[in-house]
Design a protein around this ligand. Structure first.
Ligand code: ARG
Length: 407
């Protein structure tokens, strides 16, 4: 009896060729594992295809809820955006997939897991570091990194073994998608000067084709978790799906980013992330109202750290556990409702309210009802400016600086 390998199977060309290749090169029986993280796909067809190309077993695991509750929402609470731009859809799905690969390997008594990533990207790192953390004894094979075939050669290999070419019409792009967003790479997008062609996008309307009337929506949060749209309670998966549609229709969430990969490559990445864009914006607006200035400042630093560790494949680490507790705690007053206007490619915050709001009209107003003691400001400024006055007197720092003086 041959040993078994659990392969993360997408139904695409590389993972289909990998099924056969693992048998030929390693004499391993392949269990194909396909994970549903909200990618619109015919999972029954993917399963059939896995069996057809030679898998001894093909499993499909529904993981949308797990993905939302354990990965997407914590990242939203953190405001995680890699390099200030990328909401991390692909990156967040990998540790979940690593976990499910490990679980199935245990259940099936497999010695090995495999994935279809090449040696140039971040995903190989995320899968393997994740698997290493969860099951240090498990072997890992990365066929597409090992076989050294070009795309042409992979197609030849497929034809030689009667492996059907992709179910969907061949796309000029490499695409990865899940509930939190769609990542688009390759083809003409590799020229950073070229505007992404309209056919790169499928979730978002071109802003120029978007409705000429705005939509207003209200998103209700409870401790940093979005719970309602326009007052209607929705589970996390439905809420995100709904926002992807609504914001996508208005052309919101297109991102064009020159990104720094972990392996040192700069790459041009296009993303569509309508729900992520709107939710991150709304969440930050609510935090601006419910967190103190110092909390906000500190949390921004944590957000960057958190985004980097997600991107860099360090989900299953102690640092992540520590930061997650901080982020969770920071959300205890982030409850309330945010109103947004969706229009022609952008969403804007037009209102916010919260039972825990730190905004005080009595303190802020210039109208009647002012509760701020303006006379106290004089003393405050006297103390605040003390070190500035001292330094200016002693060191002459009260000037415009060199440029002005050398004139
Ligand atoms: N650059 C993004 C990331 O590293 C997206 C990767 C897309 N992956 C893919 N297999 N097409 O997270």
């Amino acid at each position: 009896m041959s040993d078994k390998v659990v392969l993360a199977y997408s139904g695409g060309l590389d993972t289909s060729v990998a099924v056969r290749w693992l048998k030929e090169e390693y004499n391993l029986d392949v269990i194909a594992l396909t994970i549903d993280v909200g990618n619109e796909r015919d999972f029954a067809a993917v399963q059939q295809k896995a069996l057809k190309v030679g898998a001894v077993k093909a499993l499909v695991k529904e993981a949308k809820e797990l993905f939302v509750n354990h990965f997407i929402f914590p990242a939203l609470q953190a405001n995680a955006l890699y390099e200030g731009q990328y909401p991390l859809a692909t990156a967040l799905s990998r540790p979940l997939m690593a976990k499910l690969l490990v679980d199935v390997a245990m259940e099936e008594g497999a010695s090995t897991v495999a994935h279809g990533c090449t040696g140039k990207g971040n995903d190989q790192v995320r899968f393997e570091v994740g698997v290493n953390a969860l099951a240090p004894g498990l072997k890992i094979i990365a066929p597409a990194r090992e076989w050294g075939m070009t795309r042409e050669q992979t197609i030849d290999y497929a034809q030689r073994y009667g492996i059907p070419l992709p179910i969907t019409a061949a796309s000029p792009y490499s695409i990865d998608e899940n509930l939190w967003g769609r990542s688009i790479e390759c083809g003409v997008l590799e020229d950073p000067w070229v505007e992404p062609p309209e056919d790169a996008f499928t979730w978002t309307k071109s802003p120029s084709q978007a409705p000429s009337k705005p939509d207003y929506i209200e998103i209700g949060f409870d401790r940093g978790i979005p719970m309602t749209i326009d007052g209607q309670g929705l589970d996390g998966v439905s809420l995100i799906q709904r926002l992807n549609e609504l914001a996508g229709k208005h052309g919101i969430g297109r991102i064009d980013h020159i990104e720094n990969r972990l392996v040192g490559i700069k790459s041009r990445e296009i993303y569509e992330a309508p729900a992520a864009t709107v939710l991150l914006q709304a969440h930050q607006a609510l935090e601006a109202m419910t967190l103190a200035k110092e909390q906000l400042r500190f949390k921004q630093r944590v957000a960057q750290e958190y985004a980097d560790l997600i991107y860099n494949g360090l989900w299953f680490t102690a640092l992540h556990q520590d930061l997650a507790i901080y982020i969770q705690s920071s959300q205890r007053f982030v409850t309330g409702t945010v109103r947004l206007k969706l229009f022609k490619g952008s969403s804007s915050i037009v209102g916010r309210k919260s039972p825990k709001s730190l905004y005080s009209h009595g303190l802020a107003t210039y109208d009647k009802g002012d509760q701020f003691d303006q006379s106290a400001s004089a003393g405050f400024i006297h103390i605040w400016g003390l070190p500035v006055r001292t330094q200016a007197q002693v060191q002459g720092t009260g000037s415009l600086g060199e440029k002005e003086e050398s004139k």
